[in-house]
Design a protein around this ligand. Structure first.
Ligand SMILES: [Fe+2]
Length: 372
């Protein structure tokens, strides 16, 4: 496994680059805007393909790099479902997994520092954001912070992990780089309380000043959505309402770019193909299933969760010469708001054989017949 801890000195932030192997897919946790060039240089040096950028929570002390990384690499941005950010590509909840090639991170909801704070467990490593710091815990006095919720996140979730689990926080102000759950349980002064109330009292009397960057960072971090106007201006977008009239047309191929878990959790638009964004490049390349579809269907209509992946897919498909590519603005989120029809996700996906583009694909049973 490739694992790099990267430091940004102004906000004392740690970011983490993870990949299963050199030359493989990578994800980055809590990237900082000012360091984006450095991350991209490193991924290039290690021959990594950055596919996901995630934030443990909406930061108040620095501007996130997830939006810039998405713009430059077309990676998927990931945050928790509670996050106040305007648009991210994918939202996760407790119990989910964030997957890249060869690696899966378990998603643990650990509110308290903010109401959108998550931790991510990768084998023996846990990325705790600002929930659990080395010999400290994240403040709970703004951004819907809640010391009682944080007590539960700490004692009910993180401290239940094995003692040897390595703790990698989002910040350290003293120069420490890593700890363990066992070490923090024994030595972290904030964790030596005997009750939730004692912890609440402790956290409620810290009297901290606000972070210097807060007034700039929070509004900036809440506006990370992809600028989609250009896609719409070129006539490559349709609204969810307009899509209602299109999905049953025989010459329209509806393509769901989300991951399997998202389909199961949030449902799907009936009659769509499932061709995850992850495989887009292969699918639009010569011999790819989308290239074959484009030759027979007059319109490829992409959708995803919130419209980001589908907007990037339209651009990539257009660049590859698939001129019929369009997308549903706002994704299934917008579709639900206009009461669009939904399958609940139990409607049996089947695997299309490796003959298509040389790789396995999941498509819905109904659509497989259309493809055959
Ligand atoms: Fe924070």
């Amino acid at each position: 496994m490739i694992f790099r801890q990267l430091f940004e000195p102004v906000s004392s932030s740690y970011s983490y680059l993870l990949a299963s192997r050199r030359g493989g897919e990578a994800l980055i946790i809590d990237p900082v805007l000012e360091k984006v060039d450095r991350y991209l240089q490193l991924t290039q040096e290690l021959e990594l393909n950055l596919v996901k950028a995630l934030d443990t929570h909406l930061h108040a002390d620095h501007i996130t790099g997830i939006g810039a990384l998405r713009d430059r690499t077309h990676c998927i941005t990931v945050m928790g479902e509670q996050s106040g950010v305007d648009v991210v590509s994918m939202r996760v909840a407790d119990g989910d997994q964030v997957e890249i090639g060869g690696l899966a991170l378990d998603v643990i909801y650990t509110p308290g520092h903010t109401d959108d704070s998550y931790s991510f467990l990768c084998g023996e490593l846990v990325f705790t954001g600002d929930t659990l710091l080395i010999r400290g815990t994240g403040r709970t006095d703004f951004q819907n912070g809640d010391p009682r919720a944080q007590y539960e996140s700490l004692f009910g979730r993180l401290l239940k992990l094995p003692d040897e689990t390595l703790v990698y926080p989002a910040h350290d102000y003293k120069g420490d780089t890593v700890s363990t759950i066992g070490e923090e349980r024994a030595c972290n002064p904030r964790l030596q309380v005997k009750s939730a109330q004692e912890y609440v009292d402790l956290m409620s009397n810290l009297n901290l000043t606000n972070p210097k960057m807060m007034d700039v960072a929070v509004p900036a971090n809440m506006k990370q959505g992809l600028v989609q106007e250009q896609i719409a201006r070129r006539g490559w977008a349709c609204s969810a309402e307009e899509a209602k009239a299109l999905i049953d047309k025989p010459d329209v191929a509806l393509i769901d770019l989300r991951e399997k878990r998202e389909r199961e959790r949030h449902g799907m638009i009936p009659s769509g193909l499932h061709l995850p964004y992850h495989d887009l490049q292969a699918n639009i390349s010569p011999g790819g299933v989308l290239r074959m579809l484009a030759a027979t269907q007059s319109k490829l209509l992409f959708y995803c969760a919130f419209g980001e992946r589908s907007a990037m897919a339209v651009q990539a498909a257009q660049d590859a010469g698939l001129k019929s590519a369009r997308h549903i603005e706002g994704g299934i989120d917008a579709w639900k708001k206009v009461d669009g029809a939904l399958d609940d996700g139990s409607g049996g996906s089947v695997m299309l054989g490796p003959s298509v583009a040389g790789r396995s694909r999941y498509i819905s049973a109904r659509s497989q017949q259309e493809l055959a």
